[in-house]
Design a protein around this ligand. Structure first.
Ligand code: SF4
Length: 298
C-alpha cells in the first residue's frame, strides 16, 4: 500500500470550483466512515494543516491570481477546523484577493452542528459564501445504513441555521443510494427534507462505487442492488415531483456520474418544465439500454 498523501495535496473539489483558487486547509475527512465513499480511504488521513503554511499559500496565490473572484478552501471537510482558524484564513484571503466574490468549502452537517449561531454569523461576515454539504438522502434508514453520521432531523435543524447566518447551502443528493430496495423511500424522504430546508442549491450525484468503498462488498455479494440508469432517472423524477411549488432552491446536475442534465435557478417555478424533460428521457427506448457508468474516479 502507498503511504498516505500529505494534507496539502488536494484530492477532490466540486466541479463548479474548477476555475477557483484552491487552498488546502485539511487533508482527508474527519469522519471517513460513509460506506459509499472511497475518496480518502487508505489514501489520505485526516489532518489540519498548520495555519502558517495556509496563510503563506494564500499570500503566494494572491500574487499569481489577484483578479480571481473564486476561492475554495479544500479538504474533505475544511469546516471542521476551529472558527478562529477559519476567521484568520478568511481575513488573509480578503487582504490578498481584493476582487474575491465567492469563498467556499465542503462541510459536514456535524461540523455545522459544532458551531454556534454567533460563530456562523462571524464566518459569513468574514466572507465565507457557501458550504457544499453531503445530505445524500433524507431517509434515516439509508443514512444509518450508509453510516453517514447524521439524521434527517439534524439536516433539518442545521442547514437553516447556516443559511440564517448568511452562508449559502449547497446540498448533495446521491441518486441510487438506497439501491433497488429503498428507492421509493429514498425519493420520498429526500423530497420531504428538501421541502423542509429549502436549501440555496441542491445538486444530484449518482451512486458510483469505487473499489475501496465498503459498499462495494455488498454489491459484489448482491445484498445491495444498484439501480439502472433508467431507474435512476425515475428516482430523480420522483424527488422533483414531490417538491413543493414554494421551493426556491436552484437545482444543478453538474456531475459526470449523472444521467440527466436538468438544471433550474428556481425549482418551484421550473418544476413542470423539468418533469417534462425527465419524462422525455424516461420514455425514450434508447435510455432503457443505457449501462451504469461505473466511473473509476469521482
Ligand atoms: S462522503 Fe464525505 S463525510 Fe463521508 S467519508 Fe466521504 S468525504 Fe467523508
Amino acid at each position: 500500500m502507498l503511504p498516505p498523501l500529505p494534507p496539502e495535496q488536494i484530492v477532490i473539489r466540486p466541479p463548479v470550483e474548477a476555475y477557483s483558487v484552491l487552498i488546502p486547509i485539511t487533508g482527508g475527512c474527519s469522519w471517513n466512515r460513509c460506506r459509499f465513499c472511497g475518496v480518502y480511504k487508505n489514501l489520505q488521513d485526516y489532518k489540519i494543516r498548520n495555519i502558517d503554511d495556509v496563510l503563506r499559500d494564500i499570500k503566494i496565490a494572491g500574487k499569481y491570481y489577484l483578479n480571481n473572484p473564486y476561492l475554495f478552501l479544500a479538504g474533505g471537510n475544511a469546516f471542521s477546523v476551529s472558527t478562529d482558524y477559519l476567521l484568520e484564513v478568511l481575513h488573509e484571503i480578503k487582504q490578498n484577493f481584493p476582487f474575491i466574490k465567492r469563498i467556499s468549502t465542503y462541510a459536514k452537517v456535524l461540523d455545522i452542528n459544532q458551531k454556534s449561531d454567533e460563530e456562523l454569523k462571524k464566518l459569513a461576515k468574514a466572507g465565507l459564501t457557501i458550504c457544499y454539504i453531503g445530505m445524500e438522502s433524507g431517509s434515516d434508514i439509508i443514512l444509518k445504513q450508509m453510516k453517514k453520521g447524521q439524521t434527517s432531523k439534524m439536516i433539518i435543524n442545521e442547514i437553516p441555521r447556516l443559511m440564517s447566518a448568511g452562508i449559502q447551502a449547497s446540498l448533495y443528493i446521491i441518486l441510487g443510494l438506497g439501491g433497488k430496495k429503498w428507492t421509493e423511500i429514498h425519493a420520498n424522504e429526500t423530497a420531504r427534507v428538501l421541502n423542509a430546508v429549502n436549501p440555496t442549491f441542491f445538486r444530484f450525484r449518482t451512486l458510483n462505487i469505487m473499489a475501496n468503498a465498503p459498499l462495494k462488498e455488498d454489491i459484489d455479494n448482491k445484498t445491495f442492488k444498484i439501480l439502472s440508469p433508467l431507474e435512476i432517472l425515475k428516482e430523480e423524477r420522483s424527488i422533483i415531483a414531490q417538491l413543493s411549488p414554494s421551493l426556491t432552491s436552484a437545482l444543478r446536475n453538474d456531475h459526470v456520474s449523472n444521467y440527466s442534465f436538468v438544471q433550474s435557478d428556481n425549482i418551484g417555478k421550473d418544476k413542470e418544465r423539468i418533469l417534462e424533460i425527465l419524462d422525455d428521457l424516461i420514455t425514450n427506448p434508447e435510455v432503457g439500454k443505457w449501462k451504469h457508468k461505473n466511473l473509476k474516479r469521482m
